[in-house]
Design a protein around this ligand. Structure first.
Ligand SMILES: Cc1cc2nc3c(=O)[nH]c(=O)nc-3n(C[C@H](O)[C@H](O)[C@H](O)COP(=O)(O)O)c2cc1C
Ligand code: SF4
Length: 489
């Protein structure tokens, strides 16, 4: 077989050496200058920890001691902004993910805010990421799929032909279960094949289902009510999750073919995200920050690209969103096939790699890989006359890279997820001129593999360190938070 072109070959990239700033250099650095978000909120620095689900809530979506420890530990590094994980806006069971779908969640969220304020010495601004998602099932046993899930139709019978046209349904089901892949390809629809091979997954285009058809009617109020709860709990603002594989991103997607005025051309795809924002904005005080995270590129066949992202960015800025946080990829459409009994995970395919790039990458490498998208969106927003801050993320694991991105006008704020997970103190270490002590993320995605299995997320680098000390949280052989670091007096 011919070798792929050099630009596509997978290379294992080394983490580049870093020249760390002195304390004075850090004090002058762009990354550590304040930035205003919305009408009056000022973040002390342009450092940002984007949302990361750690799987530490109760099965009922409540804040636990583990959740408090997790966010409290990030707060100790005093990022300018800390975004709390994707938090469900509905009051429905959704596993150990935080929820904001009912007033009973407010006290737990308020405690989270209190802990972050205390452990960041009041410095870190705190946003809650608000998410809606549709249902997804695990990949079924084929026998079960054919005996229970598939709706056998006349079309199936016709494609099978011969005696199957009038055979009893049970016989048709039993026969289908014996067919090989090629034969099934000829009998089942593309959607049925996907349900069989990946697990059934609802799409926003399933408008024949009443609860999907009604999404534009119900989502604005659900988001607004969750934002009101975030405000009541003391958060500085919310980040509307319009990115990755979830409901709102699916409305923005070029694959959105809804014919009810909420799909098709860009201006209709952006309609619901704008209506959600308008309802949220009207429900919370004017100084409460409301921004969104969305995709600079979906990186899937037929999906939205950077031109769409620039168009959406201008529309969001015009509507008055307080910040635009750019991400990339992370879609179900190209996800790897899950094992039988497991659910598809949107960060396993090529678009997933673009979302959380690893050192095993093409020639461009993972470092600052997505900055060009932020740059293009920011340029479009500025050209349209808006000053809305743009947040960039993706493979940023060094001071030099962040500083260069700001100097080059790629973004106004630079976010680092996994590097902050590997070492939550790293912003503080940089500011103190102690960059040489930063525990550097390897960008190998051990953490992401835990997320994929819905296991408590930790970092491989924490586990290899010295035995537990006082105050460490250990479960089995794993630390649940980064080892402690004591800043010099
Ligand atoms: C364990 C884990 C959980 C994540 N959860 C979320 C999430 O809840 N919401 C979100 O928008 N992005 C989520 N992300 C994506 C990150 O916010 C970020 O965009 C991505 O990791 C790329 O940035 P990085 O290279 O700095 O890690 C998650 C990433 C990881 C590693
Ligand atoms: S587990 Fe690996 S990729 Fe994740 S934060 Fe730690 S070093 Fe980085």
């Amino acid at each position: 077989m011919a070798k792929p072109p050099v630009s596509l070959r997978v290379i294992k990239h080394a983490i580049p050496d870093e020249v760390w700033p002195t304390r004075d250099e850090a004090a002058r650095a762009r990354w550590f200058q304040p930035v205003q978000l919305g009408r009056s909120l000022v973040a002390a620095t342009r450092t940002w920890v984007p949302a990361m689900v750690p799987w530490r809530a109760t099965a009922d979506g409540e804040v636990t001691r583990d959740v408090l420890d997790w966010y409290g530990r990030f707060a100790e590094g005093r990022p300018g902004v800390l975004v709390v994980e994707a938090t469900g806006i509905r009051d429905v069971p959704s596993g150990p993910l935080l929820r904001a779908g009912h007033d009973r969640f407010i006290p737990g969220l308020a405690e989270l805010v209190r802990v972050v304020r205390e452990r960041s010495h009041g410095e870190t601004r705190l946003l809650l990421q608000l998410i809606d998602f549709l249902s997804i099932r695990r990949r079924p046993e084929p026998a079960r799929y054919f005996s229970q899930f598939l709706a056998v139709s006349d079309a199936h019978r016709a494609r099978l032909g011969g005696p199957w046209r009038s055979a009893p349904e049970a016989a048709v089901r039993a026969h289908l279960a014996t067919l090989d892949d090629a034969a099934l390809n000829a009998v089942l629809t593309a959607r049925e094949l996907d349900d069989l091979r990946m697990g059934a997954r609802e799409r926003i285009t399933d408008t024949e289902r009443p609860h999907i058809r009604e999404l534009p009617r119900v989502l604005p109020d659900l988001f607004a009510a969750a934002a009101v709860r975030a405000h009541a709990a003391g958060f500085d603002g919310v980040e509307l999750h319009y990115a990755h594989a979830y409901t709102m991103a699916s409305f923005l997607s070029a694959l959105n073919t809804r014919d009810d005025g909420y799909g098709g051309p860009r201006e209709q795809r952006v309609r619901l995200p704008l209506e959600v924002f308008a309802r949220v904005r009207a429900a919370v005080p004017p100084d409460f920050v409301v921004g969104c995270r969305y995709l600079g590129d979906e990186v899937i066949a037929g999906g939205s690209g950077v031109d769409d992202a620039a168009y959406f960015g201008v529309a969001f800025a015009r509507a008055g969103l307080d910040f635009l946080s750019l991400s990339k990829g992370g879609k179900f459409e190209d996800a790897r096939q899950p094992a039988i009994g497991a659910a598809a995970y949107p960060y396993t395919g090529p678009s997933g790699h673009e979302c959380m790039p690893t050192v095993r990458s093409d020639a461009r490498g993972p470092f600052g890989r997505n900055l060009a998208l932020a740059r293009a969106v920011r340029a479009a927003v500025r050209a349209a006359g808006f000053t809305t801050p743009v947040v960039a993320a993706g493979g940023i694991n060094s001071f030099t890279l962040a500083e260069r991105a700001l100097a080059d006008g790629d973004a106004d704020i630079v976010a680092a997820a996994r590097q902050s997970l590997a070492d939550p103190d790293w912003f503080l270490k940089l500011r103190l001129g102690r960059g040489a002590e930063v525990r550097r993320c390897k960008l190998t995605n051990y953490c992401e593999a835990l997320d994929q299995q819905h296991k408590k997320v930790t970092c491989q680098l924490w586990d290899r360190l010295d035995p537990a000390g006082a105050g460490d949280r250990i479960e089995g052989r794993r630390r649940l938070v980064a080892p402690p670091w004591t800043p010099p007096p």
